[in-house]
Design a protein around this ligand. Structure first.
Ligand code: SF4
Length: 574
């Protein structure tokens, strides 16, 4: 019911136009209704209410600042203070190090807190103060660990066993906000998407406390994300694109902070793998949507959010279009793949009803790429004044049109479209290096160094690097490579170099064998248990360390036979 109601609104905008009375528009509106219903039925957006509690962790190496903060805000905020120092201050948790995970409003602060004195047991007899040979205990029983030699005299004199001078407790504190009065640290955390508040930003913090209506519009699929949180390397395009601090990294990968996300689409449009998706209109639905529309050749598409589609149609109510189709697809979420897909299926001109996108690198790349391949320019344009729109005739330069509406992932679809465009152009053996859109790469491998350990394959979630067990080969498809360079960094043999650029040549669009090996066959049972290069690499390392005779004796046997051989040796010895 909802779907129909929503579509009725869109249809009303079209019906105000003269053009809607023409027979081809009637057919178009029927198809648009089906496409919009498909969009509605396939949306994956969760909405709920979230309450942000006023729980604040304040971190400082200035105990006076912490005291003042507690005095000022403790009535309205739940404040936990962490004092970073080597001299304890018993009014606060004193720690020498801390770690922050999570993001607003679910941070966890892990701290190692100096906890030498158990104040439940201490009777303030003062003997430790008097005894300490280094005078590192003061009149308030604060201890200066920069002077302490851990001689243990204080522990010996304490009748109540309330001192364990080396005791450090580990605490995990959850908080909605973290305040830190150190700009350098604040900026360091900002680089990994963790937004901390400075001492002068408490007003901003108060604005965030309360109830929120949350809509999880941006979805992140970790399975195809080429950022490695454990190694801290890889593609960071979304993190760099988000202007609202709404993305952060935790142990499992990149996360979306839905409270801060404003749905600007910045991360989705730059994501080369498709790990970032618009929950209202995922990539697979986009492809099906345009399949449903059954566009004829050389159409002019006008893409905009519903608001801009309405404004465009109202402004052109007295015009009749032959080839122009305004479509409620918000272009701020679109990526290179989407634009090139529309060109490939025969769209002759794409007008985006959002001139803020004119500077987008994706738009610039698509226009220059199509110009380079086919001398056709510009495919994508913007309309400044809707009422000045007048339909012209355009012809898509492609002789054959792309008609494959299957979908597996954004990058694989882009690779297929690039191949199609390359095959339909006359450009051959040209390397396109585009510094504004660095999402193309080519793995160059030093075969002699590579041991086929497959560390690179294990980190290539997008599937540009593949291992084939059947013939012991390491393979690469450059057209899928996004140039994240994780393989370059994880290769233990430093055998990989990633060259940047899109190579317009047959080999760029095919799976090519980078390296090949033979299987290791166990002489005991005949089982295949690895490959020869890995075996030789381990053997060489053990030999260099003088360990081969001891540890590597039965290395050429499979695990089961190796154990049997070692046990056999032991028995013989007995
Ligand atoms: S290229 Fe490096 S990481 Fe990949 S299989 Fe070869 S040695 Fe291992």
């Amino acid at each position: 019911m909802e779907n129909i109601k929503r579509y009725n609104n869109i249809e009303r905008y079209y019906k105000i136009c003269d053009t809607a009375t023409s027979s081809n528009y009637q057919d178009f509106l029927d198809l648009l209704k089906s496409a919009e219903t498909l969009k509605e039925e396939n949306k994956s957006v969760k909405t709920y209410t979230y309450s942000v509690k006023p729980d604040v962790v304040v971190i400082s190496n200035d105990d006076l600042f912490l005291k003042k903060f507690e005095d000022t805000y403790s009535g309205v905020l739940n404040v936990i203070s962490i004092y970073i120092s080597e001299k304890t201050n018993n009014d606060f948790y004193t720690a020498s190090e801390f770690e922050i995970t999570g993001g607003f409003p679910e941070y966890t602060v892990n701290v190692k807190v100096f906890s030498p004195i158990d104040f439940e047991k201490c009777v303030w007899c003062g003997k430790c103060y008097i005894t300490c040979p280094e005078q590192c205990i003061d009149l308030d029983l604060n201890i200066d660990f920069s002077k302490c030699t851990f001689c243990g005299e204080c522990e010996k004199v304490c009748e109540f066993e309330s001192i364990q001078i080396k005791l450090i407790n580990e605490l995990s504190i959850n908080a909605s906000f973290i305040v830190i009065d150190n700009d350098d640290l604040k900026n360091e955390f900002a680089k990994i998407g963790v937004e901390l508040f400075g001492a002068d930003e408490i007003d901003k913090l108060f604005e965030r406390v309360g109830e929120y209506q949350v809509e999880e519009l941006v979805l992140h699929e970790n399975e195809i994300c080429q950022y490695s949180p454990k190694l801290g390397i890889g593609c960071r395009r979304c993190l760099q694109a988000c202007k609202y601090d709404a993305l952060y990294v935790d142990d499992n990968g990149i996360k979306v902070n839905h409270l801060l996300c404003v749905g600007c689409g910045g991360c989705i449009s730059v994501c080369p793998t498709g790990a970032m998706q618009n929950g209202y209109f995922k990539d697979d639905v986009f492809i099906k949507y345009f399949q449903t529309l059954q566009l004829t050749e050389d159409v002019i598409l006008l893409l905009g959010d519903e608001e801009n589609i309405r404004k465009f149609l109202w402004s052109n109510h007295n015009k009749s279009f032959e080839k122009s189709y305004p479509i409620p697809v918000d272009p701020k979420f679109l990526n290179v793949m989407h634009y090139l897909f529309l060109f490939s299926i025969g769209v002759a001109k794409l007008y985006l009803l959002n001139d803020k996108l004119a500077d987008k690198n994706e738009v610039k790349f698509v226009n220059s790429f199509i110009k380079f391949l086919f001398g056709y320019y510009p495919f994508i344009e913007f309309i400044e004044k809707y009422d000045e729109y007048s339909e012209k005739s355009y012809q898509n330069p492609l002789e054959n049109k792309y008609n494959n509406f299957s979908f597996s992932s954004r990058r694989k679809k882009l690779a297929a479209i690039l191949k199609f465009l390359y095959e339909n152009s006359e450009k051959r053996n040209v390397l396109l290096k585009d510094n504004i859109l660095d999402i193309f790469g080519n793995v160059l491998l030093d075969k002699d160094r590579c041991t086929l350990c497959l560390a690179c394959v294990n980190h290539c979630k997008i599937g540009a690097l593949l291992a084939k067990e059947t013939d012991y080969t390491l393979n690469h498809n450059p057209s899928i490579c996004i140039q994240c360079r994780i393989c370059e960094k994880v290769c233990p043999e430093e055998a990989i170099e990633v060259a940047s650029g899109l190579l317009l040549a047959d080999e760029f669009f095919e799976l090519k064998v980078l390296n090949k090996d033979e299987p290791m066959v166990c002489p005991g049972c005949g089982k295949v248990f690895g490959n020869k290069k890995s075996y030789n690499a381990v053997k060489e390392k053990l030999s260099l360390a003088g360990l081969f005779e001891v540890k590597g004796k039965y290395l050429n046997y499979c695990e089961t036979c190796r154990v049997k051989m070692l046990f056999g040796e032991e028995k013989d010895a007995q």
